[in-house]
Design a protein around this ligand. Structure first.
Ligand SMILES: CC(C)(COP(=O)(O)OP(=O)(O)OC[C@H]1O[C@@H](n2cnc3c(N)ncnc32)[C@H](O)[C@@H]1OP(=O)(O)O)[C@@H](O)C(=O)NCCC(=O)NCCS
Length: 434
């Protein structure tokens, strides 16, 4: 398995902090905002909140998983619209749901190599504004018609179309190679790993309860900004609108399975919902942070990406990546104080936890012992994607920031962050406070 560089081979990378918009269910409050709007909103406020001289920023790395057609180079557009100097270079990155882990790592690598001092990394997603395509026959007809010289010539290409050619083609949340949707894959994992409906619903309930508690206690005030929604700016998005304070095991267990209606266990409750939102992180070299007088929230200790066959257990990537990141950090699971595991589906979280503790799974990886049991009381302590939502490209930035804030609050040393991603990929990051 190829090993990526960790950032520890170069200069130490400080994560000064971050910010995100509220995460809101698709087609609700952010209905009229594009992913670019959300990215710009968050970067503008990040710079203000951290009292950062924009001239100090030397690169922006940003991503979007379902890109729009009008601003595909979204990182650069974010620079141009957020008041940063036009000389700030930027590049756009995508690694499915691990996109803003990748943007953070890209920025961190530049810093570690001495190529950058101050970078902003993040991601943005609007599932309210996905690109909707035309069918190939309709696209061809439109092109032919646009080239025709007279009215009959413009009409003729459309006469060959069938009714089904007129239907819009939305982006698929499915594996290109297997054709299975993410939900189908979560179902497969639940069945193959013997994850019960009850376990999935319990994990979901814990996610909602933890996120509600965090909101009530005001823990997200330094993590989540208020968005005044254009054009009138009269409506404010102040909180995540997916978190349910009142959900219960009874309510969750009453929901019908969505992906395998007959024998399935994955429901709208124990799946992360389609979400809009953006998140960003501010990174600096340790030296630059000192020079500018910033106290970092923490540091990047190590990271790893790994992949498995998407036809096997699609969302098991974290169980492959976490041991590599821990090895690179020189730590074991026992040294980890908090685990933040992206919750694409409750079945995926339960499956990954099971794999980390499994002797046979780790033997398959050529490891003599399991990584270990994840202590549930240290898992996703302020909620995860099941309750907070999952704007694909923004989730990594949310988790990194949320984890670091909690380490600081509890005065703890290390956190392990994991994210599963399309294509059977997994990301794992080890963060350290001091
Ligand atoms: C699962 C999915 C299809 C459900 O979409 P949806 O039907 O729009 O879901 P809704 O939010 O309308 O919820 C359906 C019902 O469940 C209820 N529900 C959802 N979450 C609940 C909870 N935590 N507690 C109680 N009820 C809940 C809703 O209230 C709604 O009830 P209603 O029909 O009486 O109004 C959609 O969220 C999805 O595709 N998720 C997966 C996204 C994905 O693949 N992401 C990639 C991850 S890697």
């Amino acid at each position: 398995m190829a090993k990526a560089s960790t950032g520890r081979t170069g200069r130490r990378v400080a994560i000064i902090g971050g910010l995100r918009t509220p995460f809101v269910k698709a087609n609700t409050l952010f209905n009229d905002l594009s992913a670019l709007d959300l990215g710009v909103i968050v970067v503008k406020e990040l710079v203000q909140r951290y009292d950062l001289d924009p001239r100090e920023v030397d690169q922006v790395v940003f991503g979007q998983v379902v890109p729009g057609l009008t601003a595909p180079s979204i990182a650069r557009e974010v620079v141009l619209l957020s008041g940063l100097p036009r000389s700030v270079e930027a590049h756009t990155v995508a690694r499915a749901c691990a996109t803003s882990i990748q943007t953070m790592v890209d920025a961190a690598n530049s810093i570690a190599l001495g190529l950058s001092e101050v970078a902003i990394a993040g991601g943005t997603e609007s599932m309210s504004d996905p690109p909707v395509f035309t069918s190939r026959p309709l696209a061809h007809a439109l092109v032919s018609a646009s080239k025709a010289k007279d009215l009959p010539g413009r009409i003729k290409p459309f006469q060959r179309l069938k009714a089904k050619d007129l239907l819009p083609v939305p982006p698929a949340i499915a594996e290109f190679t297997t054709g299975l949707s993410m939900g189908d894959s979560a179902e497969k994992m639940a069945k193959e790993n013997g994850i019960t409906r009850r376990e999935q619903d319990e994990l979901t309930l814990a996610s909602h309860q933890n996120a509600s508690k965090a909101w009530k206690a005001g823990l997200f005030k330094d993590e989540v900004m208020t968005v005044a929604i254009p054009p009138k700016y009269a409506v404010l998005a102040e909180r995540d609108n997916i978190v349910r304070e009142d959900t219960s095991l009874e309510a969750l267990s009453a929901l019908k399975p969505v992906f395998d209606r007959r024998y399935g266990s994955v429901t709208a409750g124990n799946a992360s919902p389609l979400t809009d939102g953006a998140g960003a992180l501010l990174l600096m070299s340790e030296e630059k942070a000192k020079a500018l007088g910033y106290e970092p929230l923490g540091y990047l200790r190590s990271y790893a990406f790994a992949a498995t066959d998407p036809g096997d257990q699609l969302l098991q990537g974290p169980a492959y990546a976490a041991p590599i990141a821990l090895d690179r950090a020189g730590l074991s699971l026992k040294d980890i104080d908090l685990v933040d595991m992206h919750e694409a589906f409750a079945a995926q979280v339960a499956s990954n936890i099971q794999a980390l503790a499994s002797r046979s799974f780790n033997q398959k990886l050529g490891r003599s012992a399991p990584v270990g049991e994840v202590d549930r009381s240290r898992l996703n302590v302020n909620g995860g994607s099941l309750s907070i939502g999952h704007p694909f490209a923004a989730t990594g930035a949310r988790i990194i920031h949320q984890s670091l804030r909690e380490l600081k609050r509890r005065n703890l040393a290390h956190a392990l962050v994991t994210v599963c991603a399309q294509g059977g990929q997994g990301a794992a990051v080890v963060l350290e406070r001091t």
